[in-house]
Ligand binder design. Structure first.
Ligand code: MF3
Ligand code: CO
Ligand code: CO
Length: 251
């Protein structure tokens, strides 16, 4: 985990605020009839007009500026001509790059009115993210975060995805450590004051194996549930402080 200086932290705070504003901005356009490509274009334009870069674009060959993961897509969905329809849920994942640093945040939005089942899994994913964040201690471990997430998700009758998770973040989009959505208290990589990580649990309706799919000309893979049941996710970038934590991507 890279430890940030005071000036690095100022830069992280600013780029994370931009990422948060961008997510809020694009969220207003999530409605029945819009395509995921249109959401992608909105974020591309908004980001460039803020003198920043959309980090996903060309990252390991990823072709778009955001990830759009609809319904049974778990993460890394690629924007295309898919038209959103009433009842869908969609995770929009925004990562901004500016001042030499990255800010990464996502949330699951409702497309019009959605089922009670869709509302519940979305609420569980958001609360799971906050449970993970609240478990952060300056001298704790990633296992503390994963334990808190998994405990909550399991109690609610859902399943936290194990294959993919959070990460260190800073000058690089993805840095050490891996931040799992399961774990044991006190185990795993140690956190450090003034490190920055993401907490980004993905929550599924069942614990069936997930499907990994390739993206043309990219080493990034996207993931889906095998039986097309729903998956939801939220993500914040968080600064570990000497007394606790600070959520950097909160508007
Ligand atoms: N923003 C995603 C994350 O939370 C990563 C997307 S990588 C991309 O880690 F290439 F798909 F954009
Ligand atoms: Co991330
Ligand atoms: Co992200």
């Amino acid at each position: 985990m890279t430890v940030k200086t005071a000036s690095d932290i100022k830069a992280m705070e600013k780029v994370c605020q931009l990422a948060a504003q961008t997510l809020e901005y694009v969220g207003k356009y999530v409605k029945p009839g819009v395509t995921t490509n249109e959401l992608d274009q909105l974020v591309y334009d908004y980001t460039l007009s803020n003198d920043a870069k959309p980090a996903p674009l060309n990252y390991n060959g990823f072709p778009k500026s955001i990830c759009t993961s609809v319904n049974h897509c778990i993460c890394h969905g690629v924007p295309d001509d898919t038209v959103l329809k009433e009842g869908d849920i969609i995770n929009v994942d925004v990562t901004s790059y500016k001042f030499g640093f990255h800010g990464d945040t996502s949330r699951t939005f409702f497309v019009g009115d959605v089922s009670e089942k869709a509302k519940e899994i979305t609420e569980v994913a958001e609360t799971a993210m906050f449970k993970g964040i609240e478990a952060i201690r300056p001298t704790g471990t990633v296992g503390d975060i994963g334990f808190a997430i998994n405990k909550y998700v399991t109690r609610k009758g859902y399943f936290a995805v194990r294959e993919i998770g959070g990460h260190g973040i800073g000058r690089q989009f993805h840095e050490d450590p891996f931040v799992p959505s399961f774990g044991r208290k006190g185990k795993g990589d140690r956190l450090k004051p003034f490190g920055t990580i993401t907490v980004e649990p993905m929550v599924n309706e069942n614990n069936k194996p997930i499907i990994e799919l390739s993206i043309p000309n990219s080493t990034i893979r996207y993931y889906e549930t095998e039986d097309k049941t729903l998956s939801a996710q939220f993500e914040h970038t968080v600064l570990i402080t000497d007394s606790g934590y600070e959520i950097l991507t909160q508007v």
